[in-house]
Design a protein around this ligand. Structure first.
Ligand SMILES: Cc1cc2nc3c(=O)[nH]c(=O)nc-3n(C[C@H](O)[C@H](O)[C@H](O)COP(=O)(O)OP(=O)(O)OC[C@H]3O[C@@H](n4cnc5c(N)ncnc54)[C@H](O)[C@@H]3O)c2cc1C
Length: 481
C-alpha cells in the first residue's frame, strides 16, 4: 500500500462526486433545515463536534465566533475532564507544536493568538536541516522569507488560549466535558430513505443520553470512532518509530531562534527553540532505541543526544566527495551561492528536564473526509509523521476551510450537512493534504536508508535545492501555507 493509491482513490472520488449532480441536488433538498424533529432521539443540534483536542476546540471556537452562526445550536463533546485555567509553570511541558503563520492567522481570527503571545511562544527565524550520512544541508531563514517561519508553542498553551475564547461564547457553544460518545448512527443512504426516516446523525453517549445533529464534525483523533462508524476506509501504517520528547537546557546564548533537524538512519532529531536557554526535543527513533534512551539517567541521555547530533561515523565517503565537487561547481557559477555556505553548528546540549516521554508514530489517511451530515477534521482525517511539524497545522487548515464552507452554506440557505458543500471541503483539503503527506512519508523513508546510491542522490538533491533560493522560497511558502 502506498500514498500513490491514496492519491488515485482521492482523484476517483472527486470525479465520481462531480458526476453525481442529481444525487447532490436531491440531498440538498433533504438537508434543508425545516425537517420535522419530533422523535425520541434526544435534542437536535445544528452542529455537534466530537472531540475537544486542539483541532475540535478550534472548530467550535471558529463557529462560535462567526456572526452568521448566531442562533445555531452548537455542542462540543470531550471525553477528558475540563482542565480549568492553565497555571503556567516556569518549566516547559514536553509537548509542543511548531505553529505556521496560517495557524497563527486562524487563532488570531477568534482572538486566541493574543493569549498565546501573553503566555509564551518562541518565534523561529531560521531552520537548518542536515543529515548524518553526508555533509549536505539546507537552510531557510529570513533572507528567503518575509517574517517568522513559525512559532513554537506548548500544546497546553494553545489549548488553553482557544478554551478561553470558547468560554466567551458559552451562550452559543455548549461544552460537555467527561462526555464520551459510545455510538453514532448515520442516516440511511438517500436512496433507501422513507418519509419516516430521520436525516440526522444520532449519538448515544456513555452516560446513556441520546442526541441528534444536522452536522457531526469528527475531531476525535487518529483512532476516530466517527470515521469508523461512517465506514470510511482508513489507510494506515505504523512507522515502527517512537518520538522521544522533552525539554533541553542550552548554554546561555544571545538569541535562540533556530529550529534544527538532523536526519539519521533511525529517524530525524528536531530541536525547537523555547527561549534563550531552552529548546524542545522531538527525537524519532526505533522502539528499542527509545526504550533504552528513556531508561538512561539524565547525564547519559544528554551524552547520547550530543553524540547523535555531532557524530560523523555514518558518513558515506562517496556522497561527501560528490558534495564537495558540487559545492565547488556552485561557487564557480555563483560566487555568492549558498551551497554549504551559511552552515551553523548546532547547539551543544548541557542538560535535560525530568519530563521525557515517548509517542508512537504512524500515518493514517481517510479515503473520504465527508459523508452526508458528517465531516472529519484533524487527526481523525489525516495523521502524519511529525518530522515536518505539520500535523496540527493541517488540522487548523481543515478548521479554516470547513468554517468558510459552512458559512457559505448558511448564506446559500443550504443545510449544514449538505453533501454539496461538504464535498467542496473534501476536495479543497485533499488537494492540499495528500501532497504534503506523500512528501513527508517519502522523506522519512528516504532518510532511513543507508544505501550508498540513495545517500548520494539525496545529498546532491538537498545541496542543489539549498543553492536555489527561488526553489527554497517556493518550498517554504507551501510549507507555511
Ligand atoms: C511527538 C509529536 C510532535 C508533534 N509536533 C507537531 C508540530 O510541531 N506541529 C504540528 O503541526 N503538529 C505536530 N504534531 C501533531 C499534532 O500533535 C496532532 O496533529 C494534533 O495534536 C491532533 O489534534 P486533534 O485535535 O486532531 O486530535 P487529538 O489531539 O487526538 O484530540 C482528539 C480528542 O478527541 C477526544 N475523543 C476521542 N474519542 C472521543 C469520544 N468517543 N467521545 C468524546 N471525545 C473523544 C479525545 O479525548 C481528544 O481530546 C506532533 C505529534 C507528535 C506525536
Amino acid at each position: 500500500m502506498s500514498l500513490l493509491s491514496i492519491t488515485v482513490t482521492a482523484l476517483r472520488n472527486i470525479v465520481a462526486r462531480g458526476r453525481c449532480s442529481t444525487c447532490v441536488a436531491s440531498q440538498r433538498l433533504l438537508s434543508t433545515d425545516n425537517h420535522a424533529t419530533g422523535d425520541d432521539s434526544g435534542p437536535l443540534y445544528d452542529v455537534v463536534i466530537s472531540g475537544g483536542g486542539m483541532v475540535g476546540c478550534a472548530m467550535a471556537c471558529a463557529l462560535g465566533h462567526e456572526a452568521l452562526f448566531e442562533g445555531k445550536k452548537i455542542l462540543l463533546l470531550e471525553a477528558a475532564p475540563d482542565k480549568g485555567e492553565l497555571k503556567l509553570l516556569p518549566t516547559y511541558a514536553n509537548r509542543v507544536c511548531a505553529l505556521s503563520p496560517a495557524s497563527t492567522a486562524l487563532l488570531d481570527s477568534f482572538g486566541a493568538w493574543e493569549h498565546i503571545v501573553g503566555m509564551r511562544a518562541q518565534p523561529v527565524k531560521r531552520m537548518q536541516v542536515w543529515e548524518s550520512c553526508s555533509d549536505s544541508m539546507i537552510t531557510f531563514n529570513k533572507d528567503n522569507m518575509q517574517g517568522t517561519l513559525a512559532h513554537i508553542v506548548e500544546n497546553d498553551v494553545t489549548q488553553d488560549a482557544i478554551t478561553r475564547q470558547l468560554n466567551k461564547v458559552k451562550d452559543r457553544v455548549e461544552i460537555r466535558y467527561e462526555t464520551k460518545v459510545k455510538k453514532y448512527k448515520m442516516p440511511k443512504p438517500m436512496s433507501n430513505m422513507t418519509k419516516l426516516d430521520s436525516p440526522w446523525v444520532k449519538l448515544r453517549l456513555e452516560n446513556g443520553d441520546a442526541l441528534q445533529t444536522r452536522l457531526l464534525i469528527g475531531a476525535d483523533g487518529f483512532r476516530s470512532l466517527v470515521r469508523e462508524s461512517c465506514n470510511i476506509h482508513n489507510m494506515s501504517w505504523d512507522y515502527n518509530q517512537r518520538a522521544i520528547v522533552c525539554t533541553l537546557q542550552l548554554p546561555t546564548q544571545t538569541e535562540n531562534n533556530v529550529a534544527w533537524q538532523r536526519f539519521t538512519p533511525t529517524g530525524p532529531i528536531a530541536i525547537l527553540p523555547l527561549d534563550d536557554e531552552h529548546s524542545s526535543l522531538v527525537w524519532s527513533t526505533t522502539p528499542e532505541d527509545a526504550k533504552h534512551l528513556l531508561a538512561l539517567p539524565n547525564d547519559s541521555f544528554v551524552d547520547a543526544l550530543n553524540d547523535a547530533l555531532w557524530e560523523n561515523s555514518q558518513k558515506d565517503s562517496t556522497a561527501v566527495y560528490a558534495g564537495q565537487l558540487l559545492d565547488q561547481l556552485i561557487r564557480s557559477i555563483s560566487p555568492a551561492g549558498t551551497s554549504t555556505a551559511g552552515r551553523q553548528l548546532p547547539p551543544h546540549i548541557t542538560g535535560v528536564d525530568d519530563n521525557r516521554g515517548a509517542f508512537p508514530l504512524g500515518l493514517c489517511h481517510a479515503t473520504n473526509y465527508v459523508k452526508s451530515g458528517v465531516a472529519l477534521i484533524g487527526d481523525a482525517a489525516h495523521r502524519i509523521h511529525p518530522l515536518a511539524g505539520q500535523g496540527v497545522n493541517l488540522g487548523f487548515g481543515d478548521v479554516a476551510c470547513l468554517k468558510n464552507i459552512l458559512t457559505q452554506a448558511v448564506k446559500d440557505g443550504a443545510g449544514l450537512g449538505s453533501i454539496l458543500h461538504l464535498s467542496d471541503y473534501e476536495r479543497q483539503r485533499q488537494r492540499q493534504i495528500i501532497p504534503v503527506m506523500a512528501t513527508v512519508d517519502g522523506l522519512n523513508r528516504l532518510y532511513r536508508n543507508k544505501m550508498s546510491p540513495l545517500v548520494l542522490l539525496r545529498s546532491l538533491g538537498l545541496q542543489t535545492t539549498n543553492a536555489l533560493n527561488p526553489l527554497k522560497d517556493l518550498i517554504m511558502s507551501k510549507a507555511i501555507a
